[in-house]
Structure formats: C-alpha cells, structure tokens
Design a protein around this ligand. Structure first.
Ligand code: NAI
Length: 484
C-alpha cells in the first residue's frame, strides 16, 4: 500500500513510461474517449465497484481510467500470466495525477510472468474493495475476459452453500487444484464471502469467446448468479478485435519472439473462426503458404473460398514450419504431433486458454529438454536432437510475446465494454440472470465513433430509400440476424 492504494505490480517507477504510452493510446482510441466525454458530467458509474480481470495492457489502462472518469471505483488484475505490460500497470496505480511516491490511481494486481499460484492470489485480491467508511466490501460489477473472475465467484458461492471446498483429486488439472486451494483459504477466512459478492453483483460484461461460452453454459444450467452482457458478440467486437486485432498482433508476437522470415513457409492455422481468419490473412500477407484446419463445414468452406487448403493437421504436421492454434477448444496439437514437427518448427497459440497445445504431454516426451531462448520463447529439444520453438508456453502468444492488439481496434471493444457496464449498472431491474447482447443501435454507434479518425465519409440514406429497404434513416440498418 502506498498513498492509500494497495497494489502488486512489477515496478512502480515504470509509471512515467506507461503514462506516455497511455497518452498516445488515448489518441488512437477515439470511441472510448468520446464515450468518456459523453458521460463525464452524468457520472453513470458513480457507486459502481468494478472488479476487472482483463489483460493489463496500455489499452486496458485507458479503459480503466474511462470507468473511473465515469464515477466507478475500480480494481484490476490481468486474465493471463504473461499479458501484463508492467509500465501500464504501474501507470494505472499511479494514476494521471499521482506520482510514484504518492500514487493516486487504481489498485492493480498484475505483473508479466506471474506463476499460476500468484495469478489466482491476484484474482482473489480483486474482490477486496473498501467502502467509503473504510470497511471492507466487495464488487458490484465485473469486467471479465475469459471468465476467471466469474468462475471464482460461482465456484466460491457453490462451495459456500455446501459448507466445504472439495479436496483436489489426483487427476485434477493442476490449475483447478490451485483454484480449490484459493477457495478453501477464502472459505476458512469468511464462509459467506462469495455468496455476498454474488448477491451484490449487478452483472458481468464478458470480453471473449471462451468466457462467453462459459456464461451460456451457466445460464443454460440455470446456475448463472447475475446478468451478463456478451460483449464479444457485438459486431464491433468480434468482427474487428478478434479478426483485425490478431491480424496485427499475431505477426507482432511471431516477429518479436523469433524474427523468422514467414515468406514461403508452410503455416497451419487451426480454427478458421473470427481469430483464425485474421491469423490466416496476416500469414498469407507475409507470403507464407497457409493451410487451415476446421471442424465446421461452413468455416471450412469459407477457407476454401479464400483459396486456402483445408487439411488434417496430421497430414501436414511433418512439413509445417509454423502451427498456430485459434480454436478456443482443447487438445488441438497432441504431444505425438509435437514430436513429429520438423527441426525448429514454431508452435504458438492465440486461443484464450493454454490447453490447445498439449504442453504437459510435450514435457513428458522421453529425453526432451527445454532451453529458454528468452522469456516466453523456449526451445524444446527432443531425444534425437531436433528442436521445436514454443511461444509463451502455449498461452496467448500475441499478448505473451508482444503487446496484444493495437489501440484503435481495442477502442471498439472497450467502448462496447463501457456501454455494457453503464447498461447493467444503471438498469439493474431490466436484466434477468441471462446472457444478453447490446442492441444493434449501440453497435452501430460504436462503429460510428471510429469513422472520423479514418476519414470515412458515410452516405446518408434518403427518407425514400430508408422506406424502400424498411429501415429508419437513423438506423439500425440491419436486422439482428444479419451476419456481416
Ligand atoms: P470462433 O468460434 O469464431 O472460432 C473458433 C473456430 O475453431 C471455429 O470456427 C471452430 O469451428 C473451430 N474449431 C473448434 N474445434 C476445432 C478443432 N478441433 N480443430 C479445428 N478447428 C476447430 O472463435 P474466435 O472468436 O475465433 O476465438 C477463438 C479463440 O481465440 C477463443 O479462445 C477466443 O477467446 C480467443 N481470442 C483470442 C484473442 C487474442 O487476442 N489472442 C482475441 C479474441 C479471441
């Protein structure tokens, strides 16, 4: 704690460097800054205590400071052990008006290169708000990316209802064992903590595909404890951030990690959804020979129509130079396949979780050794002397090896986040314990806020034209089922 703000970051003295980057990012985030200006006077988030679990980057710093500018009290953690930009977390703690000696910003618990134990400890700290009377209290809003904050609250409340946290079983995923330990410690300290938090939370706004999948599952089971807005499926989020964001940050990650020339190489992209499409386009733009794998006939046909061979991973694994997973699914590259990759082939993941590549199986290959080339770049040498290069230990390489998506595209995502937070916080009675999307007119508004910066001149419908196609002159211009 310093200046009354509790935090855990790598190095607070990085704050001035972070502040410079935030200043540049603000210019590249016109939608988010316009939203900040639009609601500054009304302070719609006054009284909101927002717990945010989302990659602690420079762009996220601009989101955090927007939420604060609209009246919210905020605490933040990263949603990935490698994705924090240490200068951004320091700058957020110090705040726009504070100094390194007297921070005046927002509590952040995040640094690049957390262990999994540290990660879940940070996530646990996320909920420790202090009320105006100085008494401990909890959040009443959640911003989530991948659903880990939501998961901790749901599991915590579930175990509190049962009165005990189950013992970790031998076969449990090691990360789940850490979650159970975190919750057992919490329950021992305060047996009703997560039950209270769940009751107080007005809603969660979820950033990514995998987190949204978790939310729909909870809603279908009838076990979702508060309303949720699926930010990912705003058109101005998934059709922009997931696709054009990765088109930028995948190459950034590959280049910073390996600097290998991509032209002429065989690059396999597993999954041709929103992220996979951006990944494939980026690699093809570099002159790589790109092949994709898919399980969905529609996406497979889309890839074929783009001139991309759709293959079985097993058929190309011996010749691939680069394999990128982007499925949001598990078990995409097996240990046996990793073993077959040729010398110095590069393997990386841009899906949300680290279970797309069988890293545990790789570590168990007979005679395998691991050499750190630099942080988040590892050479795994197999018994016969051939190596493969694995990026960010199988976690999101565009955030682990680079700095994630650029500001402009994140402005679209985070304008949706801010609008969704205002919506759930100010209209607590309008939403059930279900998953909602923002209405189309707000999606169109988010896009509109980004046109001027690009010199876009939008054509206006005439009244007659609007009537002819059955829309209002002011929009929305498409029905909800339109797919863009
Ligand atoms: P999506 O659902 O649009 O695409 C995933 C695709 O993978 C689907 O087309 C699906 O049919 C395919 N797939 C599923 N199992 C497969 C398998 N076994 N083999 C081959 N293909 C398979 O999802 P989206 O939005 O593209 O997201 C993908 C992942 O990326 C998610 O985990 C999401 O959370 C994450 N994400 C990562 C970002 C980043 O910055 N790295 C940004 C946005 C999303």
């Amino acid at each position: 704690t310093r200046g009354g703000i509790d935090f855990a970051v790598a190095d607070l003295s990085l704050a001035p460097a972070g502040r410079t980057q935030i200043r540049l990012a603000e210019h590249e985030m016109p939608g988010l800054m316009a939203t900040r200006r639009e609601y500054a006077a009304a302070q719609p988030l006054r009284g909101a205590r927002i717990a945010g679990s989302l990659h602690m980057t420079v762009q996220t710093a601009v989101l955090i400071e927007t939420l604060v500018a609209l009246g919210a009290q905020v605490r933040w953690v990263s949603c990935n052990i490698f994705s924090t930009q240490d200068e951004a977390s320091a700058a957020v703690v110090v705040g726009p008006t504070g100094t390194v000696d007297a921070p005046a910003g927002t509590p952040v618990y995040a640094w690049k290169g957390e262990t999994l134990d540290e990660y879940w400890w940070c996530t646990d700290q996320l909920f420790q708000f202090t009320g105006p009377d100085g008494q401990p209290t909890g959040p009443n809003m959640i911003v989530d990316d991948g659903g880990d904050a939501t998961l901790l609250i749901h599991k915590g409340a579930e175990f509190e209802t049962h009165g005990a946290v189950p013992q970790p079983a031998a076969g449990d995923d090691p990360e789940y064992q850490i979650i159970l330990q975190t919750l057992a410690a919490s329950l021992a300290r305060d047996p009703q903590r997560f039950t209270r938090i769940a009751a107080a939370v007005r809603g969660v706004t979820e950033e990514t595909t995998n987190g949204v999948k978790r939310l729909y599952k909870l809603a279908d089971d009838g076990s979702l404890l508060f309303p949720a807005i699926n930010v990912n499926d705003s058109v101005t989020k998934s059709k922009f951030d997931n696709t054009y964001g990765i088109r930028h940050s995948l190459l950034d990650g590959l280049n910073r990690a390996t600097d290998v020339m991509l032209a002429g190489k065989l690059a396999v992209v597993c999954g041709y959804g929103d992220v996979g499409k951006g990944a494939a386009e980026a690699l093809r733009g570099q002159g790589a020979r790109v092949a994709v794998t898919e399980i969905d006939p529609i996406c497979a046909l889309q890839a074929a129509m783009h001139g991309l061979p759709v293959v079985h991973l097993d058929d190309v694994i011996d010749t691939a130079d680069i394999v990128i997973t982007a499925t949001g699914n598990k078990g995409i590259i097996t240990a046996a396949q990793l073993n077959r990759l040729k010398h110095n082939a590069i393997v990386g993941n841009v899906g949300h979780f680290d279970n797309e590549i069988d890293m545990a199986g790789l570590a168990k290959l007979p005679g395998i050794t691991k050499t750190e080339i630099k942080p988040q770049v590892h050479e795994w040498t197999r018994a016969d002397g051939r190596s493969i290069i694995v990026l960010s230990e199988g976690r999101l390489l565009n955030l682990g090896n680079a700095t994630g998506h650029p500001s402009f595209v994140m402005s679209n995502s985070f304008t949706n986040q801010t609008i969704a937070q205002i919506e759930l916080f100010t209209k607590p009675d309008a939403y059930e314990r279900q998953v909602y999307r923002l209405p189309k007119h707000l999606d169109e508004k988010v896009a509109a806020l980004h046109l001027d910066a690009l010199g876009v001149r939008l054509t206006e419908l005439s009244k007659e034209q609007a009537e002819y196609i059955g829309v209002d002159v002011a929009g929305p211009y498409k029905p909800d089922h339109y797919r863009y």
